[in-house]
Structures are given as C-alpha cells and as structure tokens.
Write a protein that binds this ligand. Structure first.
Ligand code: PDD
Length: 287
C-alpha cells in the first residue's frame, strides 16, 4: 500500500513544488478527486471533463490532453498498487513572479496524487451525521464561481472551522442571497413529501458528479426530483436530508444544527438511493 505522485509525467514518492508556484502563492489551480472500484478510477471521463472546464473557467491552459491523463492516472494507480485508491489531480498555474499577475507563469504543473483511500466510519452511514448551517456564505457566482473547482477553498475551510466549533461534521452554506447551496466538499439533497429536492446550479454550487448520478438514479427509479432555490427554513419541514460526494458517496444527515430530522435515523428514500448508488458504482466498467 503506497502513495505515489505523478509530477508532470514522472512518478515519485515525494516530489517538491516551488514556493514560487502560483498554486501555492494564490490558490491559483484547479483539481479533481476521484475514487476507485477494484482499484480502477470511476467516472474518470466525467472528472476529466470537469477539470477541463474548470481550467477554462480560470483561463489555465492544461499542457496535456485527456488521453494523457487517462494513461497517467491509470499508470500511477497501478504502480501504487493499493486495494482502493484516492486520486487527486491538481493543475497549478506554475512558477512565476511573486505578483498577482499570472502572465509570468509559463508552465503549469500537473500532479496526480494516489494514496490508499480512507473510508468513512460505517457509523456515519448507519446513524447519519450532524450538519450545521454556518454564517460563512458560499461565494457568489459572480465572484469565484463555485461551479469551477479551483484550489482556492479558503471559504470552505472557514465554513468547516465554524462547523467544527459547533460540533458538527460538516457545514451547510447559503448563497449571498440567502438560498441553500452546498456543504464544504459535497452537494446537499433533501426529501419533502416523497420528492427529492436539491439546490439548482444557478444557486452557485459545484455540479457534483455524484449529484448528477443521484438525480439520474432518482428519475429512473420513480422518485420525482426538483432542482430549485430554497431558503434554509425549507429544511425545517424536510423528512430526510443527505449529502453526496465522490468519497462519501451518499451520506445521511440525521441532525441539522443539533435538531433531529424526522426520527433521527437515515430515512427510506436516502437508504434506497444509497443502495442504488452502490450498485451503480460497482457495476461500472471503467474500460
Ligand atoms: N469535493 N461541492 C463541493 C464544494 C465539492 O468540493 C465537491 C467534491 C462536491 C461533490 O462533487 P463530486 O460528487 O463530483 O465529488 C460538491 C471533493 C470530493 C473534494 O474536494 O475532496
């Protein structure tokens, strides 16, 4: 079980990056996190498409094409030889002057970090987690658009710190106009009278790959889905809440701000979607 880092196509145990890299200096980078099944990357094309879009969103020219990434990700994962891997692809603006202007950065750096995956505690799934609505707002779309997955996560870091202080496992953020958006590294869904509801992309959220799959699975299995704009009070009436993300997949939320959701146990719709997601995830042939 090892950690391997592919740095611009060369696999090393512990490569070093310059302190003049704008990724380090300004969070000027984009990234993706990918999970494996049978140590094969799942939804790799979707993640690479989002990486490409994120790079476009910050006018960062990635020096390699998708075929290169597919080859190098698979090669690094195989050499690491873990049972299951956590894969993080990072593309930074590269080395430049200590100046906010990125025009001195000529060569983006590409890292593919592979390490054994750390599973969440089974308790998180069987009992659900506590989420807190925090005062830190999600960035407005007109600033650093949350739809672009950049390495600049300080907003979410602050939200997570606030959740920690409140004794919650994750933070739920509102948009600057007061609508539900998402958690620090996951999208949020809630169930209201049999309907599966989730904030729409125009609320200013990341278009989660897990979110897309959950929407598709819900529709295919007779669960009506609605994307929209909801104020936080809507959650007071929610029968169930869950969050989604590449690593956590579907995780039930059974407490919001310390208050139990329904009977305080993962609800039937959440459990059904958890089963459907697991089946779908394991049925994907990555090649
Ligand atoms: N985070 N929202 C935010 C802000 C995220 O950072 C993520 C993913 C998601 C869920 O997206 P997906 O289903 O594609 O993983 C939503 C990854 C896992 C991370 O940063 O570790």
């Amino acid at each position: 079980m090892t950690q391997k880092i592919n740095f611009n196509g060369t696999i090393e145990e512990d490569p070093h990056i310059s302190v003049f890299d704008h990724g380090f200096l300004f969070g000027d980078s984009v990234y993706e996190v990918i999970a494996t099944h049978n140590n094969k990357p799942i939804f790799l094309t979707e993640h690479l498409n989002r990486l490409t879009n994120s790079a476009k969103g910050i006018s960062l020219a990635i020096p390699y094409d998708q075929q290169w990434f597919v080859r190098e990700v698979n090669r690094t994962v195989q050499i690491a030889g873990n049972e299951e891997s956590y894969i993080r692809i990072i593309v930074t603006r590269g080395v430049g002057d200590i100046d906010i202007d990125p025009s001195s950065c000529q060569n983006p750096n590409v890292l593919i970090y592979v390490t054994p995956i750390k599973e969440y505690s089974p308790d998180n799934y069987s009992k659900g987690i506590n989420v807190a609505l925090v005062s830190i707002k999600r960035n407005p779309k007109e600033a650093l658009n949350p739809g672009i997955k950049t390495g600049n996560y300080l907003n979410n870091v602050l939200a997570k710190m606030e959740a920690n202080k409140l004794g919650a496992k994750d933070a739920l953020m509102l948009s600057p106009t007061g609508y539900l958006t998402e958690c620090t590294t996951s999208n949020i869904f809630f169930v209201l009278s049999g309907r599966v509801l989730t904030p729409s992309l125009d609320c200013g959220i990341l278009r989660g790959i897990t979110r897309d799959v959950v929407i598709q699975l819900s529709k295919e299995n007779g669960l009506p889905v609605e994307e929209g704009q909801w104020p936080p009070e809507t959650l007071e009436k929610a029968d169930e809440i869950f969050i989604t993300g590449t690593l956590k997949k579907i995780m039930p939320v059974t407490q919001l701000d310390g208050r139990s959701i329904s009977d305080g146990k993962p609800g039937p719709v959440t459990q059904k979607l958890m089963r459907l997601y697991e089946k779908h995830f394991k049925s994907i042939d990555p090649f």
